[in-house]
Every structure is written in C-alpha cells, then in structure tokens.
Design a protein around this ligand. Sequence first.
Ligand code: CP
Length: 305
Amino acid sequence: MLRHLIQPLDFTTEEFDDLFRLANKIIQNPENYLDVCKGKLLASLFFEPSTRTRLSFESAMLRLGGQVVGFSDAKVSSTAKGESLQDTIRTVENYADICAMRHPKEGAALLAAKAMTRMPIINAGDGGHQHPTQTLADLLTIDYYKKRFDNLTIGVCGDLKFGRTIHSLVRAMNRYEGVKFVFISPDELRMPKTFKDEIAKENYIETSDLSEAIKNGLDILYMSRVQRERFVSEEEYLRLKDFFILDKEKMNLAKEDMIVLHPLPRVNEISTEIDDDPRAVYFEQARFGMYVRMALIMFLLGLEA
Ligand code: CP
C-alpha cells in the first residue's frame, strides 16, 4: 500500500518505535546501510528555504547509497511559469522513487499526496501547519536523553501560532500517557485553538512567563523562533521577535536534567552562552534528524538492511 507522511498521526506509535529502533541501529552500524537504497532516487522539492531538512534528507539518501534530484528554489522550477503543484508532482513521479517536499502553503503536502499514484511523499514542512520529520528528530532526541515518552512535562516556547514544528510535536507527544504541556508565548502568538482542542484541558496550561515555567520544573524546554516569514506586518514581527531569550540566568532555574530542544534555525531566542551547557542538545537533535530520515526513507520504500 502506498504510504505518505503528511502529519505525525499518519504513523502509529508502534511505527514510530520501529523507526527509532531502525535509526538507532543505523547510528550504531552505518556501514551496514551503505547500499540499501542503491538504484533509488529521492526527489527533493524545496519551494521554501531550508538548511537542516533538505540537507539531512539528501545526506540520508546519499548515505543509504541512493541518489538525489530536485531543487531548492521554486524560481528555478516550472512553478515560475505557472505550473500547478499537482502537475509538478505527477511529473516528478515519473522520475523518482520517493519525494520530500517543503512548500509555503498549508495543505500543499496533502494536495500533493492526493495527486500521487505510486510515489511516497514526505511533508518536509507545509507553511505554518505541520513538519512531521522534525517531530521524528525531536522524538528520537527525547528517547535518547529521557529514555521514555510518557509522564514528561514539556515547555513549548515562542511562536506557537505559526510554528509548524510545534504543532507536529504537540500532536505526536499528546498520544503518550501523562504528558503535560506548558505553552509559553506572547498573547499574540498563542497555540491555535484547533491544536489545543486535541488535548485534554487538564494536560496543558498557557503562560507568557518563561522563567516561572522553567522554575516550576520542566523535563524538556522546546524553544522556537518567531516565524518572520508568516507575519503580515514587519513591525509586529520586530515587536515580538525578542520576547523570549533563554540565557544562563534562566538555565540556572532549570532542573539539572531538563533538556533544551530547538528545531533551528535560531535567531536570538537562545543565547549562544548556553550552547556548551550539556542540557542544550539542539545540534545533536539536528544530527538525529538525518538518521531518522534514513530510517523513514527505508520504511516508506519497504527496504531492509
Ligand atoms: N528545522 C528545520 O526545519 O530547519 P530548516 O528550515 O533549516 O530545514
């Protein structure tokens, strides 16, 4: 059956566990996977800027022995001549075996999936909506440092309105037992109601006080940048962009084993002075992203080592 990954709930928690098990095996013995995707082609279609997601997908395919075609700027594709997304996808399906696509429009990945007849598509971020493979990277990191997903208190801080990595993370973590969320944002960037409605009322609180939230005992602090590209008003962005800055002083309030995650890129919301704190694991998180994408490519193509 043709499978896609458009949003985290497209996979069961058991399938997530399978992916994390495979990713960990790849981390331990990458030499066993060098030829798994020999003869396979990844289409890497990025209609919006990216560093980590695009490069980790492409590295993942290359490290599995496959090859990559694609573009990193919609202006160099026939989209610039007015081609529809469906026509682009139906065309690419003739050339590649699997596709990772990022698009600025919410719902674009689902639209593309509906146009597919034989190629799996992975949503690499659709507007302010979802970013499920970032969630896979986040969960693999949580699994590594916390050894569990149940009974964790997660502070989610920053742009909760437009942050697609946050929407996907919250949706995925809400499936585990005893998970509590502390949504930390300015009033203007609060978590959209549609996502809050998916969570039991007793399992989340909302605040705009980052220090207080940290002091109350978080297991994980997930920071995010204010999403400049989603703002209509530049003035509003400038007013909100430095609302939260995680620095040494705030880290001193945290539990000794609280980990700090960030999907990156960061702008100013985490001071570089905490990069050497062992609890700051965001660059490790980016590394895990490549391994879990290797596992995902293998899973969707039905390949084994
Ligand atoms: N985390 C993430 O999506 O980063 P990029 O925008 O660099 O891909």
